[in-house]
Design a protein around this ligand. Structure first.
Ligand code: 2P0
Length: 348
């Protein structure tokens, strides 16, 4: 990205703007921040955007509104989630003296349960903001803006595979944006998501990351070893080496969860079905089916496999008690504006 900071001059449009973005799964995980205030990651990460997990957001600035309004999944939202979005709009506009906005957002999957709703949510909002404020941001600038809302959102700007880069200074965000690795047609893979709970998690990612950084004796090592994982994943993706990608994906996942568990008090995002699922997939793999697990800050288990094995893997996953449903995802597209003909939101 251009190292010169671009001065953002917002030029507000008052028509409704609708954007869509998809969640992503981190194959090499992000965990830890080098600045909480600026939301700067402590480590880079690599992800795959998922077609099945989608957020659609309509943003409309309106001088007649006294405050920002947020409707999420048909419910009016107040308190911290609304304040977080208001702060994001202030940051994007570089002023809090801006018109108030109405944001209507819907996820086609459970919100706040470890299915990366903040990734698709802030990626969609960044794209909508770019249009509604006429910011004319490049993809990398858009990614950087999305990151200010949520670290993982920076990656959902792109379809297919993306890598989040990360700088070193605690007060400089010029290197903190995702870049595109391969688009969604690069490789046909499947990510099968076992939903084992739709409850909201008790400890959010930000709080979890802060606790881990402060209290885990392994945190320094986590940060220092990330570059090796990123390098190996880049080269495995380039070679389309599925086994290597699967092994690295599991390694990064268990490293992250082991790290979180080693904090004080320990952080354990899993439930019984999560553990049962891990053993089920490992058992399947020992009998010759290439499938690999990964979990984020929640109890859902995501299983990476190739298309030819997805039915067999799904069958095994359904055998685990406590599985509420399985979502099958393929590599998905990047975040875009959708025209009103493609999507009509009830905006009243
Ligand atoms: C990731 N996760 O790389 C990691 C793996 C969860 C586990 O990024 O605080 O919502 O908003 O920057 O992006 C989830 O945390 O965190 C996350 P914030 P975010 O996908």
């Amino acid at each position: 990205m251009n190292s010169k900071r671009k001065r953002i001059i917002a030029d507000f449009t008052y028509n409704p703007v609708t954007a869509q973005a998809h969640a992503n799964i981190a194959l090499v995980k992000y965990w830890g921040k080098r600045s909480v205030d600026l939301n700067l990651p402590a480590v880079g990460s690599i992800s795959l955007t998922l077609d099945a997990l989608k957020t659609t957001t309509t943003l409309q600035f309106d001088d007649a509104l006294e405050n920002d309004i947020l409707q999420l999944d048909h419910r009016n939202i107040v308190g911290e989630p609304l304040s977080r979005l208001s702060r994001f709009l202030d940051v994007a506009a570089e002023t809090n003296e801006r018109p108030s906005a109405k944001i209507v957002s819907a996820n086609n999957f459970p919100t706040g349960a470890g299915l990366a709703s903040s990734a698709s949510g802030f990626a969609a909002l960044a794209v909508a903001v770019n249009e509604a404020m006429n910011l004319n941001l490049s993809k990398e600038e858009l990614s950087s803006l999305a990151r200010k809302g949520s670290g993982s959102a920076a990656r959902s700007i792109y379809g297919g595979f993306a890598e989040m880069k990360c700088g070193t200074a605690p007060d400089d965000d010029r290197e903190d944006y995702a870049v595109h690795l391969y688009n969604e047609s690069y490789w046909d893979l499947r990510l099968l998501i076992a939903v084992t709970s739709t409850d909201k998690k008790e400890i959010g990612s930000t709080e979890g990351m802060v606790r881990t950084a402060k209290t885990s004796p392994f945190y320094k090592n986590w940060v220092e070893s990330q570059d090796t994982d990123l390098k190996e994943m880049r080269s495995a993706l380039n070679a389309k080496d599925f086994q290597k990608i699967g092994e690295l994906t599991e390694h990064s996942c268990f490293k992250m969860h082991g790290l979180a568990m080693s904090g004080r008090p320990p952080l354990l995002y899993w439930n019984g079905a999560t553990t049962e699922m891990i053993h089920t997939i490992w058992n399947l793999r020992s009998k010759g089916t290439a499938a690999y697990v990964t979990m984020d800050a929640g109890p859902q288990v995501k299983v990476l496999c190739q298309p030819g094995n997805s039915e067999l893997v799904k069958q095994a996953m359904y055998s685990v008690k406590g599985v509420k449903k399985i979502i099958e995802a393929k590599p998905g597209p990047g975040a875009t504006i959708v025209s009103d003909d493609q999507f009509k939101v009830k905006n009243s």
